[in-house]
Each structure stands twice: as C-alpha cells, then as structure tokens.
Ligand binder design. Structure first.
Ligand code: ADP
Ligand code: GLC
Length: 493
C-alpha cells in the first residue's frame, strides 16, 4: 500500500465513483452511507475523488448551485445537464437526463419501481461517461456501485476499443446487494447503446432478459462486495440470486471488504440528535437516552427485560417477519420493542397491530427518520437484525458504537462484524448470534440475552467492547486503495 506519514498517500490516484446514493444528498439505505463516507476518507488520504450521482429533484432543489453545463452524449445524440458542487474535499457531479430524475423518489413511488428505470440508469451511466470524456484528464479508476451504475464497465469495454484515451482507465464494481440486479425485458437493451453482441450469453443476456449487474461482474477489472463472508456466500446457489455461476467465473477477481462507519456522524459523544452525550468511558447518560426514547415512543419505563430496537427497511431480506411471528413469546419474556421503518405493507400492518395489542410495550414508527434513528441506537439496549442475508449491514455497527448490543443472524457482514461466543465472553463479545432462520432458534437466543441482561456487570463489559470496536472508514479506505491498485494491474480473464 502506498500510504506515507499520517495515512497520507505519496501516490495520489484519480478516483471517480458512480453511484445512485450519497449521504447527505440522497440516501435510502446503506449504499448512501457508504458513498457519503468512503470518498471523503479517500480524499483525506490525499487521493483525488469525484462522485457522479443522478440529479434527483430533491437533490437539485436543496443542493445544486447555479446553472448546469449542457454536454453532448457520446453514445447517442442525447444531451445531459451536469451540475457541479464541492463537498468536504470531494467533487460531486449531478447528471440530469431529460426529465428522468426530475421527479419525487429515487427508484420508484407508491405504485412500485418506476417503469422507465432501465432507461433512467442507462442514461445515468452514459451521461456520467460522456461528461468524463469531455474532461481534460480521465480518471485512473472508475468505481461503480450496484446495478444502477453497473453498465459502466460494459460501456467502457467497447469504448476502450474505439478510443485510446480510455485504455488506461480501470474499473472496479462493488456489489452491495446481489438481489437487486437491474434485470429488464430484452427490449430495454436498446437504452444501453451497447453493440448487439453485448446481449449474448457471454454478455448481459440473462434468461432472455438484459441484466445490468451481470455486465458489471463480467467486464469490471476487479469486483468486490461489502464483507468477506458475503463474498463467499455469493458463490453459492443459496445466496447467489441466480448469478452465482457468473460470480464463480470471475472469483479470482472478487474481494470482500467490510463496510466502515462515518464516526463523525455516528458518535454518541457529539451526536446532536441524542438527548445526552455518552461514551465507553462514561456510559451513564445512555440511561437518560433510553428514558427519553421510551417517553417519546410511549413505552413503559418499568419493563424488566431489555429494550429491543429495529431500524430497517421493512423488506423480506431483513427477516422482520420472524419478530412478528414470535411477538407473543417476546412479550412473555419481558422485552419491549421499538421499530422504525417502512416497506412491505404486510409487515407494516403486522407491526401496527402489535403496537396496538401491546400498548406501552411495542412502538412502531412507520417513517424514514434519520434523527430518530440516532435516538433509537442511543436509547436501545439491543438491536434486532434477523436478516435472511446481509451483504454487510451498517445498523449493527451503529448500534455497537452506541452501546446497543446487536442480536443478529450469523450471515454475511453480520457474522463478520459481531463477536459472539457460545458462552458470553466479557473480554471480547460485542453482541449475540443465532443461526437457523426459525422461530425456535430466534427465541432461544432472546432468552439467552434476557439472562445476560440480568447480569449487568457482564452486560456493561460487552457494551464497552462494542463501543470501543474501531470501525471507522479511515481504517477501511486503504483496503479500497489496494483494490484500485489491483484493478490498475492487468487481470486474469
Ligand atoms: P440496507 O442498506 O440493506 O438497508 P444497512 O444496514 O447497510 O442496510 O443500512 C441501512 C441504513 O439505513 C442505516 O443508515 C440505517 O440507520 C438507515 N435506515 C433504515 N431504515 C431507516 C428509517 N426508517 N429511518 C432512518 N434511517 C433508516
Ligand atoms: C446493501 C446491503 C447492506 C449493506 C449496504 C451498504 O443495502 O443490504 O447489507 O450494508 O448495501 O453496503
């Protein structure tokens, strides 16, 4: 690794990221957090970083300064408007394409996913590359994230052949969730502006459809995902979401790097969203945060068991149905529950019913609320994360930082980041695991947690371990630099 004194590099790399979310501009989940922090950490190391985002209406209204620059598309006659801003040492470019992003919502609305998403994100990728083409210098590495920017490696594969300037540009593709692939009807392939041959079995064709993510995996120089364990899981039929064969083909170029957290935003000592600051050395005020959260959500302060919190998209992935299924038993164990999240109608309905059946013991806030999410981690004793699969997960990292012990299914990044021994170890454990996605296994774990909760000495030691775990992005960013260096060397094909 080429880092010199204070983590500053002596060989700066020009890195361009292309992604569909970046906190604080646009965030619907963990991808927004990652792109909100990794580029800044790379910038602090001395690398030159630029991020391309879609010019969503909400972002343009709140952040875009002045008028955009109009540029020609290089893949078709389309035109793009590019807004530019600077954010904490990182250049941000917003790509506007006709009215494709000038609407409420990033990917969809109450009726579901937008029907023109193939066009929207094909135009986003083409627009970003068209803008890079007009710049005086090309980046050394383009780092794309998830299906929304996955066309870039495919577009570049052909661009490199036409235009020598692109031959020295390497691509890295990061998968944050293999389940969302950008799979569309084959007619949508026309929006990619790729040659017909790219729609073959050795290209983007996938069971007759076009699959943007498949191209990202096949044509990037190296690709990665957000934990080592998920990198292994992606190779299997159980977790490979149908793409495991493609992932296996390129497994020599696959890397797993666990996500970090932005410890400037997620720090209980200086968090403006929580009622009282606390730290691992002085955790006393966490009790005040818990009492305030109970009062805010109408929960009884007298429950003898731990206060369990959930902050989550209410999607199948997250396994919240297991919480609903075991609700009566959970209440029997004396725990209380606070859930913040939106998503599947059935889950929202079930949680609302539980909140009215167990008034004072269960609270459900069907909203997306960044500030409340901070108060939930600060006030909770336990974070529940019974995910069916979890590429990385950030919630458990935030929870640990705020002394809420995560209770997680032993999969993906949850297995890699939460330390749990068969008998709780005061010196090392930071949370609790369970294995099988089954009510009995989940409940057995909660019973164990309730027992440990009675031993406040042990509980406080575990809280200290969790809070002192160092998960900042400054420790993670150098691993991405190693990845970029790999991408810049010729890869085995
Ligand atoms: P995913 O990206 O799969 O949703 P992660 O654990 O990586 O899961 O990241 C989720 C992020 O979204 C975290 O920052 C979490 O705090 C946030 N989040 C999820 N739901 C909500 C909500 N309803 N309100 C506020 N923040 C939320
Ligand atoms: C995805 C995954 C989540 C991960 C996030 C950021 O949304 O579901 O596990 O933390 O991306 O990488």
């Amino acid at each position: 690794m080429n880092s010199g004194i204070n983590g500053m590099t002596d060989k700066p790399i020009e890195i361009t990221m292309v992604a569909s979310e970046m906190f604080p501009f646009a965030k619907s989940g963990g991808l927004g957090d990652v792109i909100g922090a990794l580029p800044l950490a790379l910038g602090r190391m001395g690398h030159k970083v630029c991020v391309y985002l879609p010019a969503y209406r909400s972002v343009v209204r709140k952040y875009a300064p002045g008028s955009p620059v109009r540029i020609p598309g290089v893949f078709s006659g389309a035109r793009y408007d590019i807004f530019s801003l600077e954010h904490e040492g990182v250049s941000v470019r917003l790509v506007a394409a006709d009215d494709l992003f000038d609407r409420a919502g990033f990917y969809g609305d109450a009726r579901g996913a937008f029907p023109d998403n193939a066009e929207r994100f094909a135009r986003f990728a083409r627009g970003a590359l068209s803008h890079m083409e007009g710049e005086s210098a090309h980046p050394s590495v383009i780092h794309c994230h998830d299906w929304q920017s996955a066309l870039i490696p495919s577009l570049l594969k052909y661009r490199r052949a036409d235009d020598e300037k692109w031959s020295g540009v390497s691509t890295v593709f990061s998968i944050h969730n293999l389940a969302y692939q950008g799979r569309f009807h084959p007619d949508e392939f026309a929006h990619t502006c790729l040659p017909d041959e790219a729609m073959g079995v050795e290209g983007l064709e996938f069971y007759g459809d076009v699959n943007f993510m498949k191209g990202g995996i096949l044509f990037s120089d190296v690709f990665s995902t957000v934990s080592e364990r998920y990198a292994q899981e992606m190779l299997t039929a159980e977790q490979g979401e149908g793409l495991e064969g493609v992932v296996v083909l390129r497994k020599e170029s696959l890397f797993g790097i666990m996500n970090g957290i932005d410890d400037a935003v997620w720090n209980p000592e200086s968090d403006p969203h929580i009622p009282a600051p606390f730290s691992s050395a002085h955790p006393e005020a966490k009790a005040e945060c818990k009492a305030a959260l109970q009062a805010e959500l109408g929960l009884d302060a007298g429950a003898e068991g731990p206060l369990c919190v959930v902050v989550s998209r209410l999607a199948h992935q997250k396994g919240i149905d297991l919480v609903l299924e075991t609700m009566d038993e959970l209440m029997g164990l004396g725990v209380s529950l606070a859930v913040l999240g939106t998503g599947d109608e059935d889950l929202e309905k079930g949680l609302a019913e539980a909140a009215s059946a167990y008034r004072g013991r269960v609270a459900f806030v069907p909203a997306y609320d960044e500030a409340l999410s901070h108060r939930m981690y600060a006030g909770g004793d336990v974070l529940l994360m019974p995910s069916r699969y979890e590429p990385s997960g950030l919630n458990q990292l935030y929870a640990m930082r705020y002394g809420a012990l995560p209770y997680v299914r032993r999969v993906g990044g949850l297995a890699d980041s939460v330390i749990s021994s068969p008998t709780p170890e005061a010196d090392s454990d930071t949370g609790f695991h369970f294995d099988a996605f089954a009510a009995a296994d989940f409940l057995a774990g909660v019973k164990g947690i309730c027992r440990v909760f009675l031993d406040q000495g042990l509980w406080r030691m575990m809280m200290r371990n969790a809070m002192e775990k160092n998960s900042g992005w400054d420790g993670v960013a150098p691993r991405y630099v190693e990845l970029y260096e790999k991408a810049m060397r010729p890869q085995p094909r």
